[in-house]
Design a protein around this ligand. Structure first.
Ligand SMILES: Nc1ncnc2c1ncn2[C@@H]1O[C@H](COP(=O)(O)OP(=O)(O)OP(=O)(O)O)[C@@H](O)[C@H]1O
Ligand SMILES: [Mg+2]
Length: 245
């Protein structure tokens, strides 16, 4: 009898379902050819984020880290491992984070990758100007109350599906604590979000930043005056409050 091949076994994604193994450079090139390259490294043009649609496994994202230096903290704690740990912790806390399907190395060097199921939804950045700032503030305050310090907090890394189903991507830089975040940490992250170079134009127009921070304070039960007092010492604060004027 003829052996009926499983269609999923025929696609370029298959080698990436490994748990810690290595795929070849050719496997990676075939994957880039098969899928869509969403992000590349500016300097070298190397593919960084690739989306692959698979009939059986759905939409998968492969993210590769090409080390810039020979000695980096990634040697001690590889990015794919950080991503995997952080995704598991976020999910355990009840937040939407990608489901990891594979991880490992590319070629014989120190390039690493992670393969995960795409979260449903669109990034807040792609929704500008129709971003529900109050909803986003409520989500971020829940994250902070749960002790999650998501350090890459900007609108490109927060996804929204439906009206209030938020999720996070880009999970390598995340810390967890059993206690809610301090006010200082919260402000650092909020100002980073408001003043990110891709968003500052949007956030400073019509004083959207103040709507956002007001909603955050309401959700977190923080006095706005206290937040403003601390934020005033922050280097990014002046650029924000003057950007719109
Ligand atoms: N789980 C996911 N679900 C849906 N889309 C995703 C997912 N992960 C990544 N994407 C898409 O890929 C894009 C880039 O992904 P990501 O934020 O992980 O990388 P990056 O911002 O390019 O990397 P870095 O911040 O490390 O330079 C996102 O803007 C988003 O459009
Ligand atoms: Mg990102």
């Amino acid at each position: 009898m003829e052996n009926q091949a499983d269609p999923i076994r025929m696609t370029a994604i298959v080698p990436f379902f490994t748990e810690g193994g290595r795929v070849s450079r050719n496997d990676f090139a075939a994957l880039c050819e098969d899928g869509s390259v969403l992000e590349s490294r500016k300097r070298t043009g190397a593919a960084k984020v690739i989306e692959v649609r698979d009939r059986q496994a759905g939409t998968l994202i492969i993210k590769a880290w090409h080390p810039k230096r020979r000695i980096t903290s990634a040697r001690l704690y590889p990015y794919d491992l950080r991503f995997r740990h952080n995704a598991a912790k976020l999910r355990a806390l009840g937040f939407n984070a990608p489901l990891v399907r594979g991880w490992g190395g590319i070629g014989s060097g120190s390039t690493r990758f992670i393969c995960y199921e795409a979260l449903p939804g669109a990034s807040l950045r792609s929704l500008i100007p129709r971003v529900d700032l109050r909803g986003a503030a409520g989500f971020i305050s829940r994250l902070h109350d749960a002790g999650v310090d998501f350090r890459s907090l900007h609108m490109g890394n927060i996804l929204l599906s439906g009206s209030a189903n938020y999720g996070l991507i880009d999970l390598t830089d995340c810390r967890f604590s059993s206690r809610p975040l301090s006010l200082k940490r919260r402000i650092d992250r909020l100002i980073y979000l408001c003043t990110h170079k891709r968003e500052i134009g949007f956030m400073s127009a019509d004083d959207r930043w103040s709507t956002f921070l007001d909603a955050y304070c309401e959700a977190a039960g923080t006095e706005p005056t206290e937040l403003i007092q601390h934020a005033g010492r922050h280097a990014g604060w002046a650029s924000l409050s003057h950007a719109g004027s």
